[in-house]
Design a binder for this molecule. Structure first.
Ligand code: AMP
Length: 216
């Protein structure tokens, strides 16, 4: 049976890290609108350039663009289930997702809210880097790049920091989260989809908590 879930939480809550684990453990497919938009911005098109400016400021890209990206992927991908990471971020996106899944004859099984506190987020995000080849996420404090300088997942040796992982754009991203995304917590609670996990626990503990919510 396919399981479709949303990982919900502010920037730096660990959504990407847990999505990648779920891909490995359950053969699900991560759909990260942030990753898709980062790919689009390197296209050199006018749309790509506009998206880049908005992202670097830490603001949200229009609903129309991100819903379009998700729609394309939902049509083309065949999978054991989707992990929506960084989508939906507005009520309009949440409504659209419900409709897109329904059109596919599928539904949303659970929304996992990853709870963290804001101080921890600033620390996490400014310490974050990723492997340039496979996207494995590292953190100077909690999960440093291995001593041999090689990515533990793919052996890559190049690591990068995101353009929007600085304190200024993080403040804007947090504001956007509280203004536009956090209402989704109430929305999915009302739909009886909401589950909560402590996003500040160790990576493996968070993974276990998510697993037990999904198996419950
Ligand atoms: P993320 O990688 O999820 O932190 O997303 C990075 C940036 O991409 C965000 O700060 C937004 O500018 C943009 N973005 C990603 N997902 C969405 C979305 N669902 N709606 C609007 N903007 C998004």
């Amino acid at each position: 049976m396919t399981t479709n879930i949303i990982l919900l939480g502010p920037p730096g809550a660990g959504k990407g890290t847990q999505a990648r684990k779920l891909e490995e453990d359950r053969g699900m497919t991560q759909l990260s609108t942030g990753d898709m938009l980062r790919a689009a911005r390197t296209s050199g098109t006018e749309m790509g350039n506009r998206v880049a400016e908005v992202m670097d400021r830490g603001e949200l890209v229009t609903d129309e663009i991100v819903i379009g990206l998700i729609e394309e992927r939902l049509e083309s991908d065949d999978t054991n289930g989707f992990i929506f990471d960084g989508f939906p971020r507005t009520l309009a996106q949440a409504d659209a997702l419900g409709q897109l899944l329904e059109k596919k004859g599928q539904s949303l099984d659970a929304v996992i809210e990853m709870q963290v506190n804001d101080e921890a987020l600033v620390k996490r995000i400014t310490a974050r880097s990723t492997c340039a080849s496979c996207g494995e996420v590292y953190n100077d404090i909690t999960k440093p790049i291995p001593d041999d300088g090689k990515c533990e997942n793919c052996g890559g040796t190049e690591f990068k920091r995101r353009d929007d992982d600085n304190e200024d754009s993080l403040r804007t991203r947090l504001l956007e989260y509280y203004k536009k995304t956090s209402p989704l917590i109430g929305y999915y609670y009302a739909l009886e989809k909401l589950r909560r996990v402590d996003g500040l626990a160790e990576i493996e503990e968070v993974a276990t908590a998510i697993k037990s919510e999904l198996d419950a």
